[in-house]
Design a protein around this ligand. Structure first.
Ligand code: GTP
Ligand code: MG
Length: 343
């Protein structure tokens, strides 16, 4: 064991220096993640590495958080081997327990992207958080897509030079709208548009692939991605998987997609915003019959869950339905040409 550690140490410093050159000081965690490589895993030769990298397992962290089944699918290795490399990856990454104090320190790195409405920001603890996945669900016209556009602009306002990724599944991304919003916060619309990477997803597989590709923008292109938007998270899934018999498969796939997004948010301290449609439950006689698509799977995978609805006099109401530490509550605002306006 000893000589191996020594041998890796030189590699460690090399990669660390390389990292420092093209990254910000904030993410110490990121550096630990990249210190060792796949070739340090037992029984993993060039052929296996090639297979792993082909499906996105580029570093030890990705292997450490994979399930044996995922690695077996990717490489055709036997279960025992998959378990062994996962265990080794985990051991080498010191993924064990951290003190509450350390976590508190990491929390200081969390960024919060403003919605532009004081009431809405207050509802979610100051803005949409990094290291977390925030879901807004609500009926058509409730403002889910508008909020995506607003966050994309505010992200650039707060973090000049950062990149926003917009995965558009319904063809509703509008550069003209970004122009308007950018002008209203005093930014050059062209600069803002340049830093928004838009990809149209044609089906669920494409959408999932795009989600995975975000990592390449960060690692290979060195972009400082602070916000990833998926609008809408569920529309393609809803269209492709029709009927009860496909439900289990659909839920499994949504679950994997959300896990990928959540992993991304935590590994790179970025904010993920997803939108979700609703359906009406005919069996509900009391209360609001509107329920989000994807049910509990989406609900559990979202860190913050917000229900958007139309309020009085053209206003919108956001209700915080689920969050790790904030009380449930509501905020009202108007959707205006310049962005969100408090009432
Ligand atoms: P679906 O995707 O259909 O489920 O709806 P959504 O929740 O994404 O709704 P969206 O964000 O597209 O909201 C549309 C609403 O935003 C419209 O009904 C308008 O009220 C409002 N809106 C959009 N653009 C503008 C604008 O430029 N000015 C103003 N004042 N309102 C706008
Ligand atoms: Mg929309």
């Amino acid at each position: 064991m000893e000589p191996k550690t020594v041998q890796n140490d030189s590699k460690k410093t090399l990669i660390k220096n390389d990292k420092i050159n093209n990254s910000k000081e904030d993410n110490e965690e990121k550096q630990t993640i990249k210190e060792k490589t796949l070739s340090d895993l037992p029984g993993v030769g060039p052929a296996t590495i090639e297979k792993l990298e082909a499906v996105g397992y580029n570093d030890l962290m990705s292997v450490a958080v994979a399930t044996p089944g995922e690695l077996i699918d990717a490489t055709g290795m036997v279960q025992a081997a998959a378990k062994k490399i996962i265990a080794t990856a985990r051991a080498s990454l010191e993924m064990g327990f951290e003190s509450g104090e350390d976590i508190l320190k990491k929390r200081e790195l969390v960024i919060k992207i403003s919605t532009g409405s004081k009431a809405f920001d207050a509802l979610v603890g100051g803005g949409f958080e990094s290291g977390a996945l925030t879901e807004c669900y609500g009926e058509f016209g409730s403002g889910k897509t508008q909020i995506g556009h607003i966050l994309a602009v505010n992200c650039q306002k707060q973090f000049p030079g950062s990149t926003v990724v917009y995965i558009d599944t319904e063809n509703t991304f509008r550069p003209e709208r970004i122009e308007q919003l950018a002008k209203s916060v005093g930014l050059d619309p062209m600069d803002v548009l340049k830093n928004i990477k838009v990809a149209k997803a044609f089906n669920t597989d494409h959408q999932m692939l795009l989600g995975e590709k975000v990592e390449d923008l960060i690692k290979k292109q060195g972009l400082d991605v602070k916000l990833v938007i998926v609008d809408s998270l569920t529309a393609h899934f809803r269209a492709e998987y029709i009927g009860r018999s496909t439900l289990a498969e659909r839920q499994q796939k949504i679950n994997r997609h959300m896990r990928d997004l959540s992993k991304l948010s935590q590994m790179y301290n970025l904010c993920v915003y997803v939108t979700n449609q609703v359906m009406s439950r005919p069996d509900m006689f009391f209360g609001d019959p509107t329920v989000p698509i994807g049910g509990h799977i989406v609900g559990h995978a979202s860190t913050f869950r917000i229900y958007l609805r139309k309020g009085k006099k053209g206003s919108r109401v956001a209700k915080l339905v689920d969050s790790p530490s904030l009380p449930e509550g509501e905020a009202s605002f108007y959707l205006e040409t310049s962005g969100l306006k408090d009432i």
